[in-house]
Design a protein around this ligand. Structure first.
Ligand code: DX5
Ligand code: ZN
Length: 216
């Protein structure tokens, strides 16, 4: 069985040394750098945009997994890819041109995906299932790091895994929010391929050990 991939979120890093946080993610043995982009409208918090992604891109060779929590992502996806994003995901309920945004990301050679908050049904992604490389299932409501994992997410992961297996699709399931050393193995058993971890990695006294423990 392939090992789960770990994507530490630099949202939990030190914003005064964002490049250093990006470099640490690679040093700690993780697989992706997860970048949480928030606009203060789709979610009640603001983080960083394209210039910040571009500025820190050279600090790591790992793929940049950019999670857009912004309204109208179709307006910005191209600029995020140009700035160094390798994977771009967004929430279908934030976009009026989902097909267009996905097509733009793919046409630029990056991977694309859709993200679902805990109260959003898997039905929302089904029309795009043949186009996407990843589905992000939120274990918390998007907006802030350090929240607790919502237990019902387990069933959603299993249901999505079943759809992917039955239809023989090549789609990764990323679970984002509230992942820690205690729940990671259960979430992987449900079907997760990639785990985002913010506080559980950046808040650990030994982040490299935390990455290994979450990997299981
Ligand atoms: C929430 C973000 C997550 C989150 C992860 O809006 O998308 O990536 O910050 O942080 P933890 O692991 O601390 O929940
Ligand atoms: Zn995220």
């Amino acid at each position: 069985m392939t090992k789960v991939l770990i994507a530490p979120s630099i949202l939990s890093g030190d914003f005064a040394m964002l490049g250093e946080s990006v470099a640490c993610v690679e040093k700690w043995g993780a697989d992706y750098v997860h970048v949480d982009v928030m606009d203060g409208t789709f979610v009640p918090n603001l983080t960083f945009g394209m210039p910040a992604v571009k500025a820190v891109r050279s600090y790591s060779k790992l793929p940049f997994d950019v999670h857009l929590m912004i309204m109208n992502p179709e307006k910005y996806v191209a600029q995020f890819v140009t700035s160094g994003a390798d994977i771009v995901t967004f929430h279908p309920d934030s976009s009026s041109d989902i097909h267009g945004a996905l097509d733009t990301i793919k046409s630029m050679g990056a991977k694309c995906g859709l993200a679902l908050n805990p109260d959003k049904s898997l039905d929302l992604i089904l029309p795009y299932i043949h186009k996407i490389d990843m589905v992000v299932l939120m274990g918390v409501y998007a907006g802030f790091g350090g929240q607790s994992y919502i237990a019902e997410t387990d069933q959603k992961i299993m249901a999505l895994k079943q759809i992917i297996t039955e239809r023989n699709l090549d789609i990764k399931i990323e679970v984002d929010g509230g992942i820690n050393c205690d729940n990671a193995s259960r979430v992987v058993a449900c079907g997760a391929d990639v785990l985002v971890a913010g506080n559980a990695v950046f808040g650990a006294s030994d982040p490299a050990a935390a990455v290994q423990r979450i990997k299981g």
